[in-house]
Design a binder for this molecule. Structure first.
Ligand code: MN
Length: 375
């Protein structure tokens, strides 16, 4: 009988799949080390055909608990509908998928904040007060999850809410003396200021704000300004930047891997370089995943589609490589908009990608990052 075996560091567990690819009949055992894995296998009468030992799975040992936090609002966006996204992700099975990957998952349900009043721009921004209130709520919920030893997954909501989650993560990292690297997966650079923004919608500004450029109501959510050193903010998948914003991005010192770089060098090289930066400092990696990062052919359910994004396979590789780094500490899933979606397919795709981010693999395999990607 053939079995697949996967062994995790620290919290050592064994997965037996009776048939390759099967998810049924999984037998789970806790063992102390390799010797006992062999014994366990003999006792179970199964033949291991692959043994995977992941030295880099720091996360799996230290943190196996996940908190889902819903922030149902679109106050920072130009289009309505993002407020329905947390429920769309639940309907697509996010909690079940993570449980299947052996995480202890608590759905902390939805935060309740101010409604979208659909007012026009005032003093450069739309809905600044509402965005600040929502971000304060998000910061509180994410901070609680982190101090409880959970990996927070923020289910947005529009991308302005990431100001709140990054504020919490940055403060947590400062308290625990951990370096922070932010991976911003997005079609846009989200680095607008009122002078460069054509709309005043704050979902186009969160990176500028966490890098220290923005209204006091939002920059003050951080324990310090900038919340994150711009050289530790890495943008991937960018393909739409407003005119004045281009100059700001270049001057800011953030690291941008735009679509041209992905075209020329491939997702593998781009991700290896990005993760190398995080690995150098053994950083807490915060991933802010704007669903519009993905090519709209596969992910139509976003308000601001930009053609020419990563394909399904490129996105999977991106997520798998982040997982393999063992550094993932917190995640935002942002900008999903069920009003633009087709039978929830974008939410289902987002859940599929989050599964890869949290360790789903085609096969159990040894994934020592250094050897596998030549970092
Ligand atoms: Mn964004």
């Amino acid at each position: 009988m053939l079995s697949y075996v996967c062994v995790h560091q620290r919290e050592i567990g064994v997965d037996y799949f009776e048939q390759p690819g099967s998810r049924e009949g999984i037998h789970y055992t806790s063992v102390e080390g390799f010797g006992r894995v062999g014994e366990g296998l003999q006792e179970a009468g199964r033949l291991p055909i692959h043994l995977a030992y992941n030295e880099n799975m720091r996360m799996s040992g230290a943190r196996r608990k996940i908190a889902l936090i819903g922030a149902p609002t679109d106050v920072g966006a130009g289009q309505r509908g993002g407020s329905m996204a947390p429920e769309a992700l639940r309907v697509a099975g996010l909690e079940h998928s993570l449980r299947r990957l052996r995480y202890e998952v608590t759905d902390r349900r939805n935060l309740a904040g101010p409604k979208n009043t659909e007012r026009p721009r005032e003093g450069g921004y739309r809905h600044l007060k509402e965005v600040a209130t929502w971000c304060g709520l998000v910061k509180g919920a994410v901070a609680t999850a982190l101090s409880d030893g959970e990996i927070p997954i923020l289910m947005g909501g529009d991308h302005s809410l990431a100001i709140g989650s990054v504020a919490a993560v940055a403060e947590h990292c400062a308290q625990t003396r951990r370096q922070l690297t932010v991976l911003w997966l997005d079609a846009h650079s989200d680095f607008n200021v009122p002078e460069s923004s054509p709309t005043g919608n704050i979902h186009g500004m969160p990176v500028a704000i966490i890098a220290g450029h923005g209204p006091q109501e939002l920059t003050s959510l951080g324990h310090t300004s900038p919340m994150v050193d711009p050289s530790q903010i890495i943008e991937i998948g960018v393909r739409s930047v407003d005119e004045i914003e281009k100059r700001l991005v270049v001057e800011s010192g953030l690291v941008v891997y735009d679509m041209r770089m992905i075209d020329e060098h491939g997702m593998r090289t781009v991700m290896a370089r990005a993760l190398d930066r995080a690995n150098e400092n053994d950083s807490h990696l915060h991933v802010s995943f704007d669903v519009d990062f993905l090519d709209p052919d596969i992910a139509p359910g976003v308000p601001t589609v930009v053609p020419g994004g990563p394909t399904y396979r490129e996105a999977q590789l991106c997520m798998e490589m982040i997982h393999d780094s063992g550094l993932l500490g917190s995640l935002d899933i942002m900008e999903l908009n069920p009003a633009f979606d087709d039978h929830n397919r974008t939410a289902i795709l987002a859940v599929d990608l989050v599964e890869s981010l949290f360790g789903e693999q085609i096969l159990a395999r040894a994934h020592d990052t250094t050897k596998r990607y030549g970092l």
